[in-house]
Design a protein. Structure first.
Length: 188
């Protein structure tokens, strides 16, 4: 076997050993999306996150790590976007949010958006399952529905060490296969 191949295999093995000694720090924030569509075609789409390691049965304002919401007109044109909670800090005075981790659904009174009485402010409020209204401070209520709002999981992104481990393992397998082929050719 050539010196460079031996060196490459030894280096790869060293890296693999080094990475195996590192402890992966798991990401604890679970992020979910929500989607609302009113009877007139206006819509709201957003996401929220919370620390899933805490074992909460319900998530309210105080347990949110973040929440964002975007509002769209019936032609899907963005009206505005807001982040009522960022890094666990609530910046929307009227925020009201309740999520059941068991049923994976929103419940109770709901109020998300921004209302600083500006013409570009929008907020979605009402009772989940009974009636939700999209409101603008200058136009008033611009759309509503029967309270239906859906929650969906986001696409999971693998942790960096998991991805790195897969790439590293693939590299080691490729080198071993290459070595095996070279050995078979030398014997032939």
């Amino acid at each position: 076997m050539k010196f460079t191949q031996k060196l490459c295999i030894a280096t790869t093995a060293g890296i693999a050993l080094g990475l195996s000694l590192l402890e992966a720090v798991p990401v604890h924030a679970l992020t979910l999306n929500f989607d609302w569509t009113g009877n007139a075609g206006y819509s709201a789409r957003g996401s929220f996150s919370y620390d899933e390691t805490q074992g909460y049965t319900t998530i309210d304002n105080s347990k949110l790590q973040s929440i964002t919401v975007s509002f769209f007109d019936p032609s899907k044109k963005l009206l505005n976007s807001f982040a009522p909670v960022t890094n666990g800090s609530i910046v929307y005075d009227f925020l009201d949010f309740n999520y059941d981790t068991g049923t994976k659904s929103l419940f109770g009174y709901f109020d998300v958006g921004q209302d600083k009485t500006q013409s570009r402010d929008y907020y979605l409020f009402g009772n989940v399952g009974l009636g939700l209204n999209l409101r603008n401070p200058t136009e008033g209520t611009i759309d509503h529905n029967n309270g239906l709002i859906t929650v969906m999981p986001t696409t999971q992104i693998p942790e960096p060490l998991t991805t790195g481990g897969v790439v590293l393992t693939g590299g080691v397998v490729w080198l071993m296969k290459r070595r095996q082929n070279a050995t078979q050719k030398a014997k032939a």
